[in-house]
Design a protein around this ligand. Structure first.
Ligand code: NAD
Ligand code: WQD
Length: 337
């Protein structure tokens, strides 16, 4: 079975490529390398001992993308490619809508033309907006609080509409919670450009001495220690969720929706403590005001993925931090360093 992985050079995409190759799938990777490095794909090849075609292609260039479909017999697509920075999306919303939505429309047009009827899409817990309660189940009301989140919600709707018009199409929407961690080898991991937006890479860069201290956004939330609570999930568990989705839902027409989270919430201070344990250093931090748009608590009810896909996240918070640290400490400047 040949899988087209869009955004396969990125953080989650590359970890999924490793698991796909190890499980015996053939893959084709498409990425414009806007937020990633080709060296990451070298690591994927080294770790798996397998080769695969890579197309440095922008999804906005439909003709270039068509070459990928012409030259490869694709059975399924896992669609990771997209811009993902929440704050940036409020500043350049048109760019976000154009990149994420137009890119997806091109992909769907080509899938239709070449008779590819399986797609797994990287959605996000962001589509639950400001949930009234936790844990979150897949049937919670959907809304968004920023343009990035809106691209995810709109693409979900586009995929639902495409499926309604094509009864052969299998659409799986995977709503990720907060992916962290890295491949055990320490040879690949998250490599954000510039100052990280997300907590874990920020903490990791403080630990390695690139940043001075963690800014904790708010300590007055209605949570046990007052700091925000999230469902951090190991990127390898997340990657394996994609394999389960392919295994169970390929060629099962319909729209299949799953939360990929652990079901456990950890606060910012708990994450700092867990990372400190993993790296054996104190992590300096200061309490700042709340970040606009943040919610107090967000964690998944992952029961549906367990029952229908046979998938459960297995790696705990200590392992997530240890694996992140192995990558960060050996690659303080990421792939290009
Ligand atoms: P990432 O930025 O590391 O990977 C995305 C990849 O897509 C990058 O390699 C980038 O170069 C590529 N890309 C972007 N626009 C493209 C285009 N027009 N054409 C070709 N390639 C393009 O991000 P990630 O963390 O691996 O996220 C993967 C997917 O999962 C994204 O869709 C993201 O929105 C979604 N997601 C991520 C998180 C998270 O916290 N990391 C959470 C929920 C959902
Ligand atoms: C986690 C917690 C912050 C940074 C975002 C997107 C979401 C999804 C995952 C893509 C919060 C606190 C953070 C820092 C801090 N991405 N924090 N200091 O906001 O849960 O989710 O990434 O789909 O859509 O919104 O993740 O890692 O930014 O924040 O105190 O420097 O850490 O307030 O409580 P978030 P995050």
């Amino acid at each position: 079975m040949k899988i087209l992985v869009t955004g396969g050079a990125g953080y989650i995409g590359s970890h999924t490529c490793v698991e796909l190759l190890n499980a015996g799938y053939d893959i084709v990777v498409l990425d414009n390398l806007y937020n990633s490095s080709e060296k990451c794909l070298d690591a994927v090849k080294e770790l798996t001992g397998r080769d695969f075609p890579f197309y440095k292609v922008d999804m906005l260039d439909k003709d270039a993308m068509e070459q990928v479909f012409k030259e490869n017999e694709i059975d399924s697509v896992i669609h990771f490619a997209g811009l993902k920075a929440v704050g940036e999306s409020t500043k350049i919303p048109i760019t976000y809508y154009h990149n994420n939505i137009t890119g997806t429309l091109h992909l769907l047009q080509l899938m239709e033309k070449y008779g590819v009827n399986n797609i797994v899409f990287s959605s996000s817990a962001t589509v639950y907006g400001m949930p009234k309660t936790v844990p979150i189940t897949e049937d919670f009301p959907l809304s968004t609080t920023n343009p990035y989140g809106s691209t995810k919600l709109f693409i979900e709707q586009i995929l639902k509409d495409a499926q309604a018009a094509n009864n052969k199409l299998s659409v799986t929407l995977l709503r990720y919670f907060n992916p962290i961690g890295a491949n055990k080898s320490g040879k690949m991991g998250e490599d954000p450009k510039g100052i990280p937006n997300n907590l874990l890479p920020y903490v990791a860069q403080v630990a390695v001495g690139k940043l001075e201290k963690v800014h904790v956004f708010g300590s007055d939330y209605p949570t046990p220690d007052g700091t925000g609570v999230r469902d951090y999930i190991h990127v390898v568990d997340l990657a394996l969720g994609h394999l389960k989705a392919l295994e169970k839902k390929s060629n099962v027409p319909g729209v299949h929706i799953y939360n990929l989270g652990t079901g456990n919430g950890y606060s910012v201070l708990q994450i700092i403590a867990a990372f400190s344990k993993a790296c054996g250093k104190e992590i300096p931090y200061q309490i700042d005001g709340r970040r606009p748009g943040d919610i107090a608590e967000c964690y998944a009810d992952p029961t549906k993925a367990r029952d229908e896909l046979g998938w459960t996240a297995e790696r705990d918070i200590d392992e997530m931090c240890e694996d992140s640290w192995r990558w960060q400490s050996t690659h303080p400047n990421g792939f290009e360093g």
